[in-house]
Design a protein around this ligand. Structure first.
Ligand SMILES: [Zn+2]
Length: 230
């Protein structure tokens, strides 16, 4: 069950958990997490962001240096991963057990992620068969914060004649998720690229046996893996 070094999330406020989680998520796509970027993502002002960063630096959860931006310490990262574990397990639970659509779960999980204990998270994981990915293909950190990493490529980079499996969506706005579902582009769908127009024109695909046409500005959000590497 719960190991000695596992953070107990009930010790931290929602604001702190959201701050650490958001730094972690921004770090996945940005070399340096700047105050302004973080403030935008959190929907708070830059001065409040700086204030919080100072407070968390004192608690040894982040390092804040002007030229390096805001970075998580190992202790900060551990808390961020625990919250992300809760969030992604909740999303999968809502889809698998309660029949939610994949575009409806994020907001629910945002609210519940802070209230879930490590024990409940473990029970949900067990109930779901200890899954490695959420409904959008995001990796679910394990109880020790371990993450399963994969090499995925945007569908827009795939030339005609190639085929693969939808593994993850990088734009998870409800509108985009509903559109992708209409086109059959869910996690696990098999895709074959039939043709691709030049100048970022439309791509013609066969998705689970049905022909579909999508724009390359949509295809760039569909991350695909080779059929044998899923
Ligand atoms: Zn989510």
């Amino acid at each position: 069950m719960t190991s000695e070094n596992r953070p107990n999330n009930t010790n931290y406020s929602e604001a702190i958990e959201d701050f650490l989680k958001t730094v972690y998520l921004l770090q996945q796509n940005h070399e340096r997490v700047q105050t302004s970027m973080l403030a935008d993502a959190l929907g708070i002002t830059a001065p409040s962001t700086t204030e919080m960063a100072k407070k968390l630096a004192k608690a040894n959860l982040v390092v804040h240096e002007p030229y390096r931006g805001i970075q998580l310490t190992p202790a900060g990262e551990r808390i961020a991963l625990e919250i992300i574990r809760h969030h992604r397990l909740l999303e999968l639970f809502l889809v698998e057990a309660l029949g939610y659509a994949w575009d409806e779960v994020h907001e629910e999980a945002e609210r519940m992620e802070h209230a879930v204990s490590e024990q409940l998270a473990d029970r949900i994981a067990e109930y779901l068969g200890n899954p490695r990915f959420d409904p959008h293909g995001d990796p679910i950190p394990g109880p020790e914060g371990d993450i399963f990493r994969r090499d995925l490529t945007p569908l827009s980079d795939w030339p005609p004649g190639t085929s693969g499996v939808v593994a993850r969506l990088s734009d998870q706005s409800p509108d985009m998720l509903r559109y992708l579902a209409e086109k059959g582009l869910r996690v696990g769908a098999t895709i074959e690229v039939v043709s691709c127009d030049p100048f970022e024109g439309p791509m013609t695909l066969v998705v689970n046996g049905c022909q579909q046409i999508i724009g390359q500005n949509v295809a760039c959000h569909v991350l695909v893996s080779q059929p044998n590497s899923v």
